[in-house]
Design a protein around this ligand. Structure first.
Ligand SMILES: [Zn+2]
Length: 134
């Protein structure tokens, strides 16, 4: 029996690989202060392997997390690749995720560990201290 048009379209949609999200999507997953770092890291990784695919970019416990799939197969490229990611993740612990100036790990409230500069720390703590404050 011939599948109807709707089935054909559904099957085609399921079989089409989803296009990888580009860097403009991923930079928006972290604070503004880290976006240059994420863009720079992506450019360096692309220089090693132009086909690499980002799996996820996020902040966790005050640090950048940058996950990839399909890393380069060549052993040297693989090592360079992960060194760049590791260095960027370490660097993120010293950059304010909000404004990009020098920052450090802090607890602006009970529930968060963030990397912030003193000014952004005060703003964050004030903003979340009371619902009534602007
Ligand atoms: Zn800041």
């Amino acid at each position: 029996m011939e599948p109807n048009d709707q089935e054909k379209r559904l099957r085609a949609a399921l079989e089409t690989p989803r296009p990888a999200k580009d860097i403009n999507y991923w930079v928006n997953c972290v604070g503004e202060g880290w976006r240059p770092l994420v863009r720079g890291l992506d450019a360096n990784l692309r220089d090693i392997d132009s086909n690499y695919v980002i799996e996820q970019v996020k902040e966790k416990f005050g640090g950048l997390r940058f996950y990839v799939n399909s890393p380069p197969e060549d052993e040297d490229s693989f090592a360079d690749f992960y060194k760049l990611i590791q260095d960027a993740e370490e660097l993120s612990f010293r950059i304010c995720e909000t404004c990009g100036t020098a920052g450090k790990g802090c607890k602006p409230n009970k529930y968060s560990i963030r990397t912030l500069c003193p000014l952004c720390y005060r703003r964050f703590a004030t903003k979340h201290a009371s619902e009534d404050d602007d």
